[in-house]
Structures are given as structure tokens and as C-alpha cells.
Design a binder for this molecule. Structure first.
Ligand code: QAP
Ligand code: CO
Length: 169
């Protein structure tokens, strides 16, 4: 199945700074949105995409770490709630909404996620490694937060200056 990829909002679009609302209806329009997000993520060679990045301000995101081309494993999270586990991890992050920038971000190494699947069924997951990083990155989008906002002040100012030069306002 192949759908037309959706347009991905790019920094500094103010719509990327809004807090998204909970998904209330687990209907065919939610399924169509999730399917289109997955296609859009693959078309853009991303490993994660949140609904507000495609101008749908609802609390849902998709992740496919693509560790193995054959065994494509796509995760869908609706109405996620994160709980901290233990540890810190530093990973060089990028974002489809902030193309061309990659910076090291410090995150929780282990997290627990309560969420719903596309049918509205409640689930819980323990995540570590790259998956834990990706979940925290995507969950931030639902609260209008970009990875640049997670950088220490000096690195953040440098990154924003770099972006201001490369981005057409
Ligand atoms: C979020 O990021 C993420 O600058 C997903 O030119 C990041 O898919 C999760 C991308 C780090 C876990 C760790 C970025 C593609 C994709 C770019 C992405 C680019 C092309 C970023
Ligand atoms: Co992102």
C-alpha cells in the first residue's frame, strides 16, 4: 500500500510549538492518519514522526527504527504518558522538521509508556536504547517541544543561529 506523503512542517513554523490534544475517536480517520504518517516517515527516510509535524495537532506518533530492512517493525503510540525509569543517555538527534541539524541530546535511558493502540486498547511498554530516545523525542512534539529546545543554553543559541541562516522564513 502506498499513499501520497503528507507535507512535513519545518522549523520555525509556529504550529510545531503548540500542545496537541488527546485522540478521542479510534475511527477510520485516525487509521488513515496513522497510515499516511507511516508512509510519510518512510518517504522522508525518518525513524519517527509525530502527528503535529504533519499539521494534525493530536497526540499520536509513529516510530520505525529500521534496524533490519526485512523485519520492518512500526510502533504506533496514541495518547502516550511517559514515566521515567533509570539512567541518562546521550544520543545525536535529528528531526524531519529540523532538516540538516544534528546535536547531542541528553534523555532518560529507560522509560515506561502507557499508551493506546489504533483500536483504543490500553497498553504499557518498557523501552530502552534508541527506542526510548525516539519515544521521548516524538512525545516532545506533542507538547510543542523540539530537540533544539532540549540543548543546553549555549549550544541552543548556536543551533538556532545556524538554523536562522539556513531556513527561509
Ligand atoms: C526522531 O528523527 C529521532 O536532518 C526522528 O536531513 C531522532 O527521523 C528519534 C532526518 C534521533 C531518535 C533519535 C533528519 C532525515 C530524520 C535530517 C528523524 C535529515 C534527514 C530524522
Ligand atoms: Co522530530
Amino acid at each position: 500500500m502506498s499513499l501520497n506523503p503528507l507535507e512535513i512542517l519545518k522549523y520555525p513554523d509556529p504550529r510545531l510549538t503548540k500542545v496537541s490534544t488527546k485522540v478521542a475517536h479510534f475511527d477510520t480517520s485516525l487509521h488513515a492518519l496513522l497510515d499516511a504518517m507511516i508512509e510519510t516517515m518512510y518517504a522522508a527516510n525518518g525513524i519517527g514522526l509525530a502527528a503535529p509535524q504533519v499539521n494534525q495537532p493530536v497526540r499520536a506518533f509513529v516510530i520505525d527504527l529500521q534496524l533490519d530492512e526485512e523485519g520492518k517493525k512500526v510502533y504506533e503510540f496514541v495518547n502516550p504518558k511517559l514515566h521515567d525509569g533509570e539512567g541518562k543517555v546521550i544520543y545525536e538527534e535529528g528531526c524531519l522538521s529540523v532538516p540538516g541539524l544534528a546535536e547531542e541530546v541528553t534523555r532518560k535511558a529507560v522509560i515506561f509508556v502507557d499508551y493506546q493502540d489504533r483500536r483504543g486498547r490500553s497498553r504499557t511498554m518498557r523501552a530502552e536504547g534508541l527506542l526510548a530516545v525516539a519515544i521521548q523525542h516524538e512525545n516532545d512534539h506533542l507538547d510543542g517541544i523540539l530537540f533544539v529546545d532540549r540543548l543546553p543554553l549555549i549550544k541552543r543559541r548556536l543551533a538556532k543561529r545556524k538554523l536562522a541562516k539556513t531556513v527561509t522564513l
